[in-house]
Design a protein around this ligand. Structure first.
Ligand SMILES: Nc1ncnc2c1ncn2[C@@H]1O[C@H](COP(=O)(O)OP(=O)(O)OP(=O)(O)O)[C@@H](O)[C@H]1O
Ligand SMILES: O=C(O)[C@@H](O)C(=O)CO
Length: 416
């Protein structure tokens, strides 16, 4: 069995959909290893891959390490023979972590002397050449990720980013070696082996490169990267699951401030009823503001999906927290989580959530323990289903920068 841990929930479904596409019967477990009450279609006993969805990207490094170690232990108890540490294809992190500290801890616990670091995800425009991470051809530090509210990325050099937060010796394998084939990559990795733990950043520009890298890493106890590396893995050929439409009201909750999400919000605003969360009102009377949005959604959702969002324009992002106030990110995550919970109670069984941190807050509030992966929607974006308070719900957890501009209105059609 392949055991994986993802540092956010959208990343978990991104990886799981890649594994499903490669023939793995895959279960996504929320926050911990699966229970025995998994859906029969993907019970952990019969799973070829288990992805544990964590919310560790931006928490204290020590907490991220502890949660990742717990997840590793559970995966090992379930018989995982290789571990896949999934982080963002744009290496979202701060100089303190959490990619490095988690990688260090997993290497120690697994007794791994060497691992690879492969953020590339060419289908979503993320490539690594000479250790430099590009987003649709633009260096990461010049891309909109520079202005991310929680993990602003101001350097494009993956070895340097990693070295700042990891105690492993950091090395690089360039594209030339990758293009020379599996044996060349394997030989390069072997040459880097030394007494200390070694993390090797490996260039990849195409899916063919990722297939080569995955083959060269088949024997490593730990591999790390975005979801692209999974394209080189091969499962036993389990058929994909087709989720049914659930009927009833459809809701979009967007906490992401990413450029792609803003474009999708703008597109959706001309097609569906919409409201923006008001930070001042949330600070003044949180329950009243959330309550008014619940009433508005219920009176608006009979003939169209409804959209509630946090950021429609970059100027909506709160740069500095007013003195003594709760940070905007915390308020917005709490508000969207409460809205998801109240709207599910009011009958919503189909929900799109934009943003990884946001998805973590929403899915936890819904009490969903496991996700089954259904129909793909776009690169890295998929429908999934989970049980919330005894009811099956269809959930689409969208990474901030993923999906076409019409995703918020078009994705529902994939379920029909
Ligand atoms: N107006 C705002 N001011 C400051 N922070 C905000 C504002 N609106 C939203 N946020 C916060 O920004 C963060 C966005 O992170 P989230 O992971 O949800 O989206 P993303 O980074 O675009 O997605 P992903 O991680 O999948 O790429 C959330 O914590 C959210 O609460
Ligand atoms: O790898 C990615 O880009 C996504 O799965 C993600 O983690 C964004 O939060």
């Amino acid at each position: 069995m392949l055991g994986a841990l993802a540092d956010d929930f959208t990343g978990a479904t991104d990886l799981a959909m890649a594994l499903v596409a490669r023939g793995f019967r895959t279960v996504v477990s929320i926050g911990e290893a699966p229970s025995s009450a998994s859906p029969a279609s993907a019970s952990p006993a019969s799973a070829d891959a288990v992805v544990v969805a964590l919310k560790t990207r931006t928490i204290e490094p020590s907490q991220a390490v502890a949660a990742s170690r717990d997840a590793l232990r559970s995966l090992q108890e379930m018989g995982a023979t290789q571990i896949y540490d999934k982080y963002c294809s744009t290496f979202d992190s701060t100089p303190r972590g959490n990619i490095g500290p988690v990688l260090d801890a997993l290497m120690t616990d697994l007794g791994a002397s060497l691992t690879v670091v492969v953020p590339s995800f060419p289908a979503a425009g993320r490539t690594v050449v000479n250790g430099q991470l590009y987003v649709h051809g633009t260096p990461l530090a010049e891309s909109p990720m520079r202005h991310h509210p929680l993990t602003p990325m101001t350097d494009s050099d993956v070895p340097r980013l990693l070295a700042a937060q990891s105690s492993a010796v950091v090395r690089l394998v360039t594209l030339e070696t990758v293009r020379a084939g599996v044996a060349s990559v394997r030989a390069a990795l072997d040459r880097f082996l030394e007494d200390e733990a070694v993390a090797v950043v490996v260039d990849a520009e195409s899916e063919g490169d990722l297939v080569t890298i995955a083959a060269a890493c088949a024997d490593l106890p730990l591999i790390t990267g975005g979801s692209g590396l999974a394209l080189g893995l091969t499962g036993p050929g389990a058929p994909p699951v087709r989720l049914p439409a659930r009927g009833g009201p459809q809701v979009v909750l967007a906490g992401s401030a990413s450029v792609a999400t803003m474009g999708q919000i703008e597109h959706a605003r001309s097609r569906m009823p919409h409201r923006r969360l008001d930070l001042a009102e949330l600070r003044q009377d949180f329950p009243a503001h959330v309550g008014s949005l619940v009433s508005w959604a219920r009176s608006s959702w009979s003939s169209s999906p409804v959209l509630i969002y946090a950021v429609g324009d970059p100027s909506d992002v709160e740069a500095a927290v007013p003195d003594g106030a709760v940070p905007a990110s915390e308020l917005i995550e709490r508000a969207l989580a409460q809205l998801a919970s109240d709207l599910a109670d009011a009958g919503c069984r189909e929900l799109i959530v934009a943003g990884g941190e946001t998805s973590g807050a929403v899915v936890s509030a819904l009490g969903v323990r496991e996700l089954v992966i259904g129909q793909p929607v776009a690169a890295g974006v998929t429908w999934a289903s989970g049980v919330s308070r005894g009811r099956e719900m269809n959930l689409l957890l969208k990474s901030g920068n993923f999906g076409d501009v019409d995703l918020m209105s078009a994705a529902w059609g994939v379920l029909a």
